[in-house]
Design a protein around this ligand. Structure first.
Ligand code: SF4
Ligand code: SF4
Ligand code: SF4
Length: 396
């Protein structure tokens, strides 16, 4: 009875946090003057910058409170109902304690470096280089909300198609050539390497692992249930594009990058969504990517992208480690027994499947047909060897 009461209180507090996050933009300390384009290196070094960061602190605080409440609720449920343990990320819960780090693959190191550099460019690029990065019309790398002149970004026009067609024909052509060129060469590598929301989600996942918190282990049914949500959000996105709506008000990145760039702005719904993204990606890696409309649009072009995931079906032993590791729950990477190209429209090119595959050359990432990252039994075994030695030493 007592635990039931606690569960009800926790649920109510979580709902309260959600409502608080949703209406936080109404608070006087949360809403700043809109269109305050007073951003400069001097401002970033001044006390004013800390004031600009207040909404960010609120979002982080609300997310942390939500995460703690969910962890406590899960602990209570797991105690009272054994069935709840099925949601636990077995690998994480077994890996409690300090295990030695495995040497990260060069691919992963490069991926993190590129993600961090592209986030820095997105946020402070205009200030650092004194130019509008968006004038290059690079999708995702350019948020138009960070400085006044940044209004030429592909990302912005992808969600404001009605405004795009009012531009001079030269700009429209530039938009299509640069956006399609970018997507053709990179495909959803943009998601795995360049997107700041992707980086934030990966950081939250790292945070979960560092704090030994159990994640949500999704099964096929749960992934299936997400698919209609993804299409529904894409429909809203497209509807808003043509109806003159402003999808940027819903974009979680808008709740972070202008603030970090020193821009005082109102956040509206995007701040609330960022709280959900932070909480969701803490428990499920890349939770938002599963429903992101930009990711879905880029997925339409996965067939022509030069980056591919390839499989040697002869070398595959059907262990399923790749499926277990995939943050997007792509099952065909494990079940495919025929085709060599296993690039899926949901694939964000994170390389996790290759990293976890224990068979030499069974999986690889390729660019223009050349292998850039290949699975290796030796690498996997050396990792296990290190872990085993560590625990043997501890026992001894
Ligand atoms: S799916 Fe969306 S949020 Fe995720 S990395 Fe791609 S563009 Fe960013
Ligand atoms: S299939 Fe592999 S590269 Fe693609 S999202 Fe899944 S783990 Fe990442
Ligand atoms: S991890 Fe490698 S060996 Fe195991 S199912 Fe996937 S591709 Fe096959």
């Amino acid at each position: 009875m007592r635990s039931k009461k606690r569960i009800i209180i926790t649920v109510l507090v979580c709902i309260g946090i959600g409502l608080l996050a949703y209406f936080a933009w109404l608070f006087p300390f949360y809403v700043f003057e809109t269109n305050d384009f007073d951003t400069s290196i001097e401002k970033l070094l001044s006390f004013d910058y800390l004031k600009t960061l207040v909404p960010l602190f609120i979002m982080i605080g609300l997310s942390a409170a939500g995460i703690i409440m969910i962890v406590l609720l899960r602990r209570m449920l797991a105690k009272s109902d054994k069935k709840f343990s099925r949601f636990a990320d077995v690998r994480t819960s077994r890996a409690r304690g300090k295990a030695p780090k495995q040497k990260p693959a060069a691919f992963m190191v490069i991926r993190w470096i590129v993600m961090i550099v592209s986030a820095i460019l997105l946020i402070w690029g205009g200030l650092i280089f004194g130019m509008g990065i968006s004038s290059l019309s690079i999708p995702v790398l350019s948020c138009p909300w960070n400085t006044e002149e940044m209004t030429n970004s592909s990302c912005y026009y992808l969600s404001h198609l009605n405004e795009l067609f009012e531009l001079p024909i030269g700009n429209i052509l530039l938009f299509f050539i640069s956006t399609l060129g970018f997507i053709f060469v990179l495909g959803r590598v943009i998601c795995g390497f360049l997107c700041p929301v992707g980086l934030i989600q990966d950081i939250m996942d790292k945070l979960r692992k560092k704090t030994n918190t159990e994640g949500i282990k999704m099964n096929e049914k749960m992934y299936g249930a997400i698919t209609p949500v993804k299409w529904f959000i894409l429909l809203i996105f497209i509807g808003l594009c043509f109806a003159g709506g402003n999808f940027c008000n819903f974009c979680p990145a808008v709740a972070v990058s202008p603030i970090l760039a020193g821009m005082s702005t109102s956040l509206y719904v995007s701040g609330f969504l960022m709280v959900l993204v932070l909480m969701g990606s803490f428990f499920k890696r890349r939770a938002f990517c599963m429903v992101c409309p930009l990711g879905t649009i880029m997925g339409f072009f996965h067939k022509i992208s030069l980056f591919r995931v390839k499989k040697d079906c002869q070398s595959c032993t059907e262990c399923g480690a790749c499926y277990e590791a995939c943050p997007m729950g792509i099952k065909m990477i494990y079940t495919e027994r025929d085709k060599a190209d296993v690039t899926h429209s949901n694939c964000i090119m994170c390389g996790e499947c290759v990293r976890c595959c224990p068979e030499d050359n069974a999986l690889s990432m390729t660019f223009a047909g050349k292998k850039i990252y290949t699975s290796s039994r030796k690498k996997i075994m050396s990792g296990y060897e290190e872990v085993r030695n560590y625990y043997d030493d501890k026992k001894g």
